[in-house]
Design a binder for this molecule. Structure first.
Ligand code: FAD
Length: 394
């Protein structure tokens, strides 16, 4: 297993071994503490799925489905009967009816003070439209198995890949387009890993645990999916370290001075770690992109593709999956904004403006990727051995 992942992570500047060591010893412990602070644990989100792509999608027409934890028996009969464009009535079962897919909203408006409301050119969501927003305590809503599957889920992934980053043979893709594909694939791996790490093993007994077969089937047996996970992690880490000065000076006030001081100290601990600065000072080199004559045109094209991917998150037919899908795509969009919107300014602190929600999404995304890396690093050898034996048996 380890032999597959040696040397430098493709398109990045650090090797697998160093990334695993830094993640396990430095980043994972800091991030785990940081995401529990009042500033980072609340996310403002529009959970009503306002799907622009399939206006006939039964799932997204079920407004009640996305705003209440409604048992199936409470659905209007017309919803249950409906069959839309190849989606069976089974696909229209409200995921929110399942306890594992339901979102627990904890309001803490006190903790949520406004920052800038500048829009992100890479993402579709306008979280400044306050009318339909809710605050979700991310700590109460872990990303894990929800039961969301079938053609509704498949349609989203297919659209993300085929419509937005077509799988041409890699030689035909220029570096920038390959990077968009790898970011999405890395995120997809991370979502699958979280499903495997916290799976509902026995519904009747409500027993949760790890599903290592799923980890192998969806991620480990495809080395490129593991590599893309490492790539995405380094890309997001680069964005965080590039914005270090901005993030250090940001306002983490939630009205609780003791907690807020701790948040600032944890942010510094994450940003200015000596080991990280020495062993992996440039996790990804964004200066190599958008060169040449086609640079600006390509950047605009990829921005448009990412905007579409962001809009697709409104079509995810499971509330908890939509929450984490939106958060993580906003996190990626924020990383893209940090890395590619310098507009010729030398001083990023002067030119960069981030929404509070973007900072929360960025750090929580890095934490999710960090958890995935740790899980793969720790379970990988066992999983490969287990599957090797299984494949060898008559
Ligand atoms: P899928 O994961 O749906 O994959 C579909 C196809 O994509 C695969 O057949 C393969 O060809 C390709 N593929 C798979 N992984 C990769 C990769 N890493 N790189 C490139 N190609 C790949 N379910 C939950 O239980 N909990 C969640 O929190 C959750 N969040 C979700 C968030 C979003 C945005 C979406 C779209 C879905 C989410 N789901 C979640 C559903 C989950 O991702 C799967 O779709 C579902 O479990 C069915 O899995 P599958 O085996 O059909 O393969």
């Amino acid at each position: 297993c380890t032999q597959k992942y040696i040397g430098t992570v493709e398109d990045c500047c650090c090797d697998y071994e160093t990334v695993d060591r830094l993640n396990g010893q430095v980043l994972y412990p800091s991030l785990q503490q940081l995401v529990k602070t009042p500033f980072f644990r609340y996310f403002k989100v529009k959970l009503w799925c306002d799907c622009p792509f399939w206006p006939d999608d039964g799932m997204c027409r079920l407004r009640d489905c996305s705003v209440c934890e409604c048992p199936e028996s409470e659905f209007p009969a017309s919803f249950k009967k409906a069959i839309y464009h190849g989606l069976s009535s089974e696909d229209l079962v409200c995921q929110e009816g399942k306890p594992q897919a339901a979102v627990d909203r904890t309001l803490d408006r006190k903790a949520f003070r406004e920052w800038t409301e500048i829009d992100n050119p890479w993402t579709h969501d306008d979280e400044t439209d306050n009318a339909e927003l809710t605050y979700v305590n991310l700590q109460l809503n872990p990303e894990r198995y929800t039961g969301y599957t079938g053609s509704s889920a498949r349609r989203i992934w297919d659209a993300v890949y085929s419509e937005n980053c077509p799988k041409y043979p890699s030689e035909e893709l220029c570096q920038e387009e390959r990077i968009l594909y790898k970011l999405i694939s890395g995120l997809h791996s991370s979502i699958s890993i979280h499903i495997a790490a916290e799976y509902l093993l026995d519904e009747a007994k409500n027993m949760w645990g790890q599903n290592l077969t799923l980890l192998y089937d969806r991620v480990m047996r495809y080395p490129d999916r593991v590599r893309n996970l490492y790539f995405t992690y380094l890309f997001v880490l680069r964005a965080v370290t590039k914005a270090a000065e901005y993030l250090e000076q940001a306002d983490y006030d939630t009205g609780n001075p003791t907690e807020d001081l701790r948040t600032v100290s944890l942010v510094r601990q994450l940003l200015y770690n000596e080991d990280l600065q020495t062993a992996c000072p440039l996790p990804f080199d964004e200066a190599k992109l958008w060169k040449g004559q086609r640079g600006p045109e390509l950047k605009q094209k990829i921005q448009g593709q990412f905007l579409n991917i962001s809009a697709l998150m409104d079509c995810v037919g499971c509330e908890k999956c939509r929450l984490w899908g939106k958060l993580q795509i906003l996190g990626l969009g924020t990383a893209l904004k940090i890395l590619f919107s310098d507009n010729g300014h030398q001083d990023l602190v002067q030119s960069l403006q981030l929404q509070r929600n973007e900072v929360i999404a960025l750090v929580n995304l890095l934490n999710r990727l960090s958890e995935s890396l740790k899980f793969v690093h720790e379970k990988g050898p066992t999983v490969e051995m287990m599957m090797g034996k299984q494949n060898a048996s008559p």
